[in-house]
Design a protein around this ligand. Structure first.
Ligand code: GLN
Length: 547
């Protein structure tokens, strides 16, 4: 039987067609000019990306690699340390992904987490078995002899566990430092060889001292010193962009979102006026967003910006359309058409060879790597540019997580509202108006949406919410009473959600008083709206957006 999750893993790491020509498929470094990495070997963990993020929070550069990487492939990345992640398999199952014992003779410090800990134990001659006491969730950890990794941490602490199997005997030379009811060996270390591991998950927030554990291993046992700060990332990326682009002209489509704004700002930092940005205002943005790009962003960066006001075209194409897929198609098509025309104009003047895209590291991991440069013919972010406009991509964010992108944006002095912005769909408010899109309805929704955003910000809750669509049920009417008179207005739906990655989401339990303020203000200040409702559906089954 194949190890559980093997298919999903294989799919995740399958090389993209055409990618990886410079290095073995699936294992390219994400970008030149990055520091030596702490490699996270992914055994199909729920949390591989989270581990890499935690390492980066310790100011150490980290990359994720598939467990199928051989020792020599790992060493080819020149790692300063290696972390073996958790995973769904049992180490003693027939085709469980293993760890080559040769890894432990390379002098690279190695830390094992959960499955990685068990695999390490087994590879070095320890034993792993089912103790009959599985542990899931918060679990008391008893520290018998703290050693280096658990030094100065409470003798009894809660850790997050998720395991069926346990290490029952540590390999020779390892000190057992802690246990739990279901894990007789819950942590071990051999500091002379700079090897250690834990059965619990230090990377999750439910393990209160988890970050201390990682810090002690990486700083104290492995002896690493920070090499990854916002400033160093900017310097490294600026150098890499200059090396890639030379003195050629570069184009970037700004969406108003965080990623394209920060990507463009980095490129501008590197090559200044060689960059031209194009902003297509489709008239479906929220209150203040077009101004943020046209005025505040340009003022903050000095970027050369071409604004295409295409609101009228988009609205006339959308007239009378109620079907969500139709709306999305029309907007996608018009966007490409408009951007293409602008790109041609800019290219004719500037001789553009490069196109900036805000691809993030999670996209790179999910698609199995990438070489950093690819000649695009069909490209999903900008979409459908014709063959005679083939640019080479510049992707300065492809080593970065979203929170790092935000930190860099702040450091580059971008407007806070832009840097902290929640994700917003490309088709904009058109898919938050249930019914046909008209200028009047856009005005109504903009007003209601602004109130919700203002109150969320005033309550200090922006960071707690992933996304907060406000939806206008434009084809629904509802009876109300306002000023002793009957009204017949429209309902709006509040759809605040929490999420890690938008793949799944839950409705956000906003405080009642915040919801009450939003409701009162919307019905008072937006004359056509006389009812405010709250969407309490998780995803699945409901998507975050209504259309
Ligand atoms: N599959 C292993 C177990 O159940 C490891 C689990 C994990 O890595 N979370 O013990």
């Amino acid at each position: 039987m194949a190890a559980p999750g093997a298919d999903r893993l294989a799919a995740r790491w399958a090389p993209r067609p055409g990618a990886g020509t410079l290095r073995p498929a699936g294992y390219p470094r994400t970008m030149e000019n990055t520091p030596r990495p702490v490699l996270v070997v992914d055994f199909g963990a729920q949390y591989a990306q989270l581990i890499a993020r935690r390492v980066r929070e310790l100011q150490l550069y980290s990359e994720i690699v598939p467990h199928s990487a051989s020792v020599s492939e790992l060493l080819a990345r020149d790692p300063v340390a290696i972390i073996l992640s958790g995973g769904p398999a049992s180490v003693y199952a027939a085709d469980a992904p293993g760890v080559d014992p040769a890894l432990f003779g390379t002098d690279v410090p190695v830390f094992g987490i959960c499955y990685g800990f068990q695999a390490m134990a087994r590879a070095l001659g320890g034993t792993v078995a089912q103790t009959g006491r599985r542990e899931f969730g918060g679990t008391p950890l008893l520290v018998d002899a703290p050693g280096a990794v658990l030094a100065d941490l409470p003798a009894e602490q809660s850790v997050w566990m998720s395991h069926n199997d346990a290490v029952t005997a540590a390999p020779d030379g390892f000190a057992v430092t802690a246990r739990s009811a279901g894990a007789p060996v819950a942590a071990f270390e051999d500091t002379a060889r700079r090897l250690a591991g834990v059965q619990f998950h230090p990377e999750v927030a439910h393990t209160p001292h988890g970050q201390d554990v990682l810090r002690r291993f990486l700083y104290d046992v492995a002896g690493l010193t920070p090499n990854w700060t916002t400033g160093s990332v900017i310097d490294d990326q600026v150098a890499a962009i200059r090396a890639q682009v030379g003195d050629a002209a570069v184009l970037c489509a700004l969406s108003g979102g965080v990623d394209s704004a920060v990507a463009a700002a980095l490129v501008h930092e590197a090559v200044g006026d060689q960059l031209t940005c194009v902003f297509v205002d489709h008239g479906l943005l929220r209150a203040g967003e077009a101004e943020q790009v046209e005025r505040d962003y340009v003022a903050a960066t000095g970027i050369k910006l071409k604004v295409v006001d295409a609101a009228e075209t988009f609205l006339s194409q959308l007239a009378g359309v109620t079907d969500p897929e139709q709306k999305r198609k029309i907007i996608g098509r018009e966007f490409i058409r408009t951007f293409e025309a602008a790109a041609r104009e800019v290219a004719a003047v500037e001789g553009v060879q490069f196109l900036v895209q805000g691809t993030l590291y999670p996209d790179v991991v999910e698609s199995g790597g990438g070489t950093g440069t690819a000649n695009i013919k069909s490209h999903h972010n900008v979409g459908g540019l014709p063959d005679d406009l083939a640019f080479t991509l510049v992707e300065p964010l492809r080593t970065l997580f979203k929170d790092e992108v935000r930190a860099i944006g702040a450091e580059l002095g971008l407007p806070t509202e832009m840097v902290q912005r929640h994700p917003f769909p490309g088709p904009g408010l058109a898919i938050r108006i249930i019914g046909a899109v008209t200028p009047e309805r856009l005005t109504m929704l903009r007003a209601a949406d602004l109130i919700a955003r203002e109150e969320l910000t005033a309550a200090g809750l922006d960071g707690a919410i992933w996304q907060f669509p406000v939806v206008l049920l434009a084809d629904v009417r509802s009876v109300g009473v306002q000023g002793d008179g009957r009204t017949y207005g429209h309902p709006v739906v509040l759809r605040p959600v929490v999420s890690e990655d938008a793949m799944t989401a839950d409705w956000a339990k906003l405080p009642y008083d915040v919801l009450a303020r939003i409701s009162t203000r919307i019905t008072n200040e937006v004359p056509e709206v006389n009812r405010v409702t709250l969407d309490i559906t998780s995803k699945p089954p409901g998507t975050i957006e209504w259309e």
